[in-house]
Ligand binder design. Structure first.
Ligand code: 5RP
Length: 232
């Protein structure tokens, strides 16, 4: 049952990645997100480049994504060379009814937010289980190790419950590619994600948080197909 449902989620994600990738046109500069949905999109993009002789350039948001893109033959560039991107393809951990997102499950939300900001369009691919009325997952904050206790104090004043993310296997802490740590902060339901985003952006010692309020489209994979949600 567990294995089946994991496979089901992957196939919904893959369908969403396929329709999102179909938006890419020849000559585009494409932001490449991090995570399993983003990886499906990158692999499909690599295949389209081969089949259709599509020429694109990718800007990766993590080392892992960079490796997958290289494996798929996608030429890479940087924000220094191309500070304006046509489109970014990425995943998300949760999506609300107004297309606000929680991201950062893979700890790459700081680079993902920078790439999203630099892109004319942000296209998100998720499986239907991730779509909710109101956001309620813990919000990842990338935090300077020097400031962990200071950020914990500030989020507790906002009635958040912070947990320092572990590295899972080795009993240490998860370290981001910027050399920081992640606090996953449970605020319960987030009724006003825009206001929460502004509040979290003002925290001293936190580099970036995982609330995104600006996707252009969210491609939601269902068992029978993909529904594209667009901002009203
Ligand atoms: C990485 C992210 C990912 O997009 C998010 O965690 C979803 O991952 P997946 O597509 O593997 O479910 O925000 O920082």
């Amino acid at each position: 049952m567990g294995i089946m449902s994991e496979a089901g989620k992957r196939s919904k994600k893959e369908k969403a990645a396929e329709t999102a990738t179909s938006l890419i046109k020849d000559g585009m500069i494409v932001g490449l997100g991090t995570g399993s949905a983003a990886e499906f999109a990158i692999r499909k993009l690599g295949k389209r480049m081969e089949d259709e002789e599509l020429e694109i350039l990718g800007v990766p948001t993590s080392l892992r994504t960079e490796m997958v893109a290289i494996e798929c033959g996608i030429p890479l560039t940087s924000l220094s060379e191309h500070p304006s991107l046509d489109i970014a393809l990425d995943g998300a951990d949760q999506v609300d009814a107004h297309l606000n997102l929680i991201k950062g499950g893979w700890g790459s939300h700081t680079r993902e937010k920078i790439v999203a900001y630099a892109s004319k369009k942000l296209v998100i691919c998720v499986e239907d289980e991730k779509v909710v009325d109101v956001l309620n997952k813990p919000v990842p904050l990338e935090v300077l190790p020097y400031a962990v206790k200071i950020v914990e104090k500030q989020v507790k004043e906002l009635k958040g419950m912070p947990v320092l993310r572990s590295d899972g296997l080795r009993g240490g802490y998860f370290i981001t590619e910027q050399g920081n740590v992640i606090l996953d902060v449970d605020f319960g339901v987030i009724r006003n994600p825009r206001e929460m985003s502004i509040t979290l952006s003002a925290l001293v010692g936190s580099v970036e948080h995982g609330i995104f309020t600006n996707p252009t489209e969210v491609h939601v994979g269902h068992e029978k197909g993909v529904k594209v949600l667009k901002r009203a």
